[in-house]
Design a protein around this ligand. Sequence first.
Ligand SMILES: Nc1ncnc2c1ncn2[C@@H]1O[C@H](COP(=O)(O)OP(=O)(O)OP(=O)(O)O)[C@@H](O)[C@H]1O
Ligand SMILES: [Mg+2]
Length: 326
Amino acid sequence: MSTLLPFARRAGRPAPDTAEAGTRRMSTSEKFISIEGIARRYPAPWGKSTTIFNDLWLPMRRGEFVCMIGHSGCGKTTVLNILAGLDAPSEGVVIVDGQAITGTSLDRAVIFQGHALLPWRSVLGNVAYAVSSRWRKAKRAEIEARARRAIATVGLAGSEHKRPSELSGGMKQRVGIARALAIEPKILLMDEPFSALDALTRGTLQDEVRRICVETGQTVFMITHDVDEAIYLADRIVLMTNGPEAKVAEIVENPLPKDRDRTQLHHAPGYYALRNHLIDFLVTRSRTLRDAMPEGYDPRHPPVVRPSLSEADAAALATDPPARRA
Ligand SMILES: Nc1ncnc2c1ncn2[C@@H]1O[C@H](COP(=O)(O)OP(=O)(O)OP(=O)(O)O)[C@@H](O)[C@H]1O
Ligand SMILES: [Mg+2]
């Protein structure tokens, strides 16, 4: 079982913002996105209501890649829709770049699981349509140039004139990513964007999204059910308890280096501890924590954890130290 190094946090005693880097709470000025005490309720029979989640708090830094993991129905898509401005919380507020969200914005692009392309438009037409809605007064040549650049970024140069019906699932998803990137949003919101793809295409697209996000400094909020995808992509992984009345159980800091390499991930110190921790959470703790959160749990400041070296990591390092692997 993985051991955890709890961060500098004690129930009811906030850690000072000046604590050691990497173990401190996010200061107000660092919060690019701030989910503040949001709840989502739906009407239920007999005049009652169902609370999907309640008192949810989550800050995100500019340029951060945050993944959310939790079982079906805990409200992940609802959170993403609220971030996109497609849904509104029953309580609480989301602040982006100092302003409360009141609706959709071209600063926040959504990449859905189903790519939602316009079937009668070509690849270029789909992406150019998004570009023209962002820069309404732009000349046609400029719109096309921007669209072509985004299409090339996702590796689809040469397919500009194909219609969605002529594309594979992976290619369609690339168009969806190109369309989102082309409008140069400040934030990318992705709801299980690769889950419908075969493993090979999924891996390639994960590599591309990771490269693009590192290069452009995008701030990303992504929902996934795939533990390995979260480990590869995320800086932090938000773990939701089961619903209803889901909560942020923990925020897990990814200890793997930012310039991680997919093929070497399993050799990185901390990899097994992190993976085991996420799987333990999904298998048991997501349910037990929903029923009883630990004493002193503060929804405003969910526990931040950084899985430490597990026995498996230590054994891997002992038999195959990094110097030998280089
Ligand atoms: N319009 C609605 N009316 C009533 N309940 C709704 C509505 N939309 C969503 N819900 C409920 O809210 C809960 C959370 O839904 P949501 O789609 O956010 O879950 P999720 O975590 O994304 O699940 P999954 O992993 O299956 O995608 C579900 O129980 C769902 O039935
Ligand atoms: Mg969902």
